[in-house]
Design a protein around this ligand. Structure first.
Ligand code: UD1
Length: 370
């Protein structure tokens, strides 16, 4: 019998946790599958600690049934250089000690890129889940992380065919690319299959389709005073007509305080602490419209066919626009785009190919056969 295939799975920030959870489940299923003479998978989980608040990290481990990480690097916040360097310094000994066959990284956060750099320099093979996405906007830190990660990874596990095309255009050989589908949707389908009790909608007394769900945290939207002030003014105006539910990211909360910004008195806006996975899914499913700059919410709203406006000049997830329910907007166009959406159908779009809950399984197969 072959020795087990050793994986180190890396997660660091909020959107990573729902990407590793389905993988862990697929690995557990693989190992439980009575593989006579087959190869088992041994999997260690590394939490870099890029996100550390309970609401940004632990709630996702609890809700997604993720095992406690085998390693917690506890890096915390910092500038990009400081955070990236700190992750690299702390991940290197873990990699040396555990001698994995593969380091598996997900998404596009600083932890993704930092651990890829370490593994590549140690000669450890890297598999990137959610490879090939491109916004073609290098002012986004995530775009730099994607380009570096994909440039170094040995196995590029892509969510959609546009990602394959991007990689091929960059000269990545087809032999390194596997179109496996969207891992976030595995987490979503598994979550929806579990019994759902009364949730955030009931707690907040919201009727189905009666509110706008807002999340905003991108530096381009919240780190510049004029942009954030303009958005706060638009949301205050919107909230005169529609209840707005706005779980606020720590970055955004800090900036609002720093810039001395507040919503208009009497605006029907519920500012919440960051919500957990189940609550965010429930809000996305029953909102009249989602207004966001998150990558994950563009995909989750597409899955529910909930109209989504993305407050960004571009998206690395074009299928959410060409097939799904998403469209891009700007601060200047926001009011008229919202009017259009709110006059339009309550549900629209369709699900892209391979959003079927089987991506974790396909990733396990790709790792076993590479
Ligand atoms: C990071 C990711 C982004 C992802 C987002 C999801 C990068 C470059 N960015 O952005 O792609 O969409 O996570 O949330 O990796 N903070 C806390 N508590 C925490 C974590 C952060 O208070 O648990 C505060 C800190 O002040 C920190 C700031 O939020 O400086 C930003 O955190 P950081 O991880 O640097 O970036 P995000 O904006 O969260």
């Amino acid at each position: 019998m072959k020795p087990p295939l050793r994986l180190l799975l890396v997660a660091g920030a909020r959107p990573n946790f729902m990407k590793i959870a389905p993988l862990v489940k697929a690995i557990q299923r693989h190992n439980a599958g009575g593989l006579a003479g087959g190869q088992l998978i041994q999997c260690g989980i590394v939490h870099t600690g890029q996100h550390y608040d309970t609401q940004m990290s632990q709630v996702f481990f609890d809700e997604l049934g993720l095992p406690k990480p085998d390693y917690n690097l506890e890096v915390g916040s910092g500038s990009h250089a400081v955070q990236t360097a700190e992750i690299m310094k702390r991940f290197e000994p873990v990699c040396l000690e555990s001698k994995p066959d593969w380091v598996v990284v997900v998404g596009d956060v600083n932890s993704t890129m930092a651990c890829t750099l370490v593994a590549a320099k140690l000669g450890v093979r890297v598999a990137h889940v959610e490879a090939g996405l491109r916004s073609f906007d290098r002012t986004m830190p995530e775009e730099i992380n994607r380009i570096v990660t994909d440039g170094l990874a040995d196995l590029l596990l892509t969510p959609s065919s546009d990602a394959d095309e991007n990689l091929k255009r960059e000269g990545v050989p087809a032999s390194k690319i596997r179109l496996v589908g969207n891992i976030m949707i595995d987490a979503l389908i598994a979550h929806l299959a579990r019994p759902q009790g009364p949730g955030i909608r009931e707690r907040l007394g919201l009727k189905e389709g009666s509110f706008i769900y807002v999340t905003l945290h991108r530096p381009s939207n919240v780190d510049v005073r004029e942009s954030l002030a303009g958005t706060v003014a638009e949301l205050s105006r919107l909230a005169a007509q529609w209840p707005v539910i706005f779980p606020i990211h720590p970055r955004t909360r800090k900036r609002m305080e720093e810039f001395g910004l507040a919503f208009a008195p009497g605006a029907n806006i519920q500012l919440l602490d960051p919500v957990g996975y189940g609550d965010s899914v429930a809000l996305t499913k029953s909102a009249r419209c989602v207004l966001t700059d998150s990558g994950g919410l563009q995909e989750e709203s597409t899955y529910f066919h909930t109209p989504c406006l993305t407050l960004r000049p571009n998206t690395e997830r074009p299928v959410t626009i060409t097939i799904g329910s998403n469209r891009l907007t700007t601060l200047e166009r926001l009011r008229s785009d919202l009017e259009t959406v709110l006059r339009g159908p309550e549900r629209l779009g369709a699900n892209p190919p391979l959003w079927d809950g089987q991506t974790g399984q396909r990733i396990v197969e790709a790792l076993m056969n590479s």
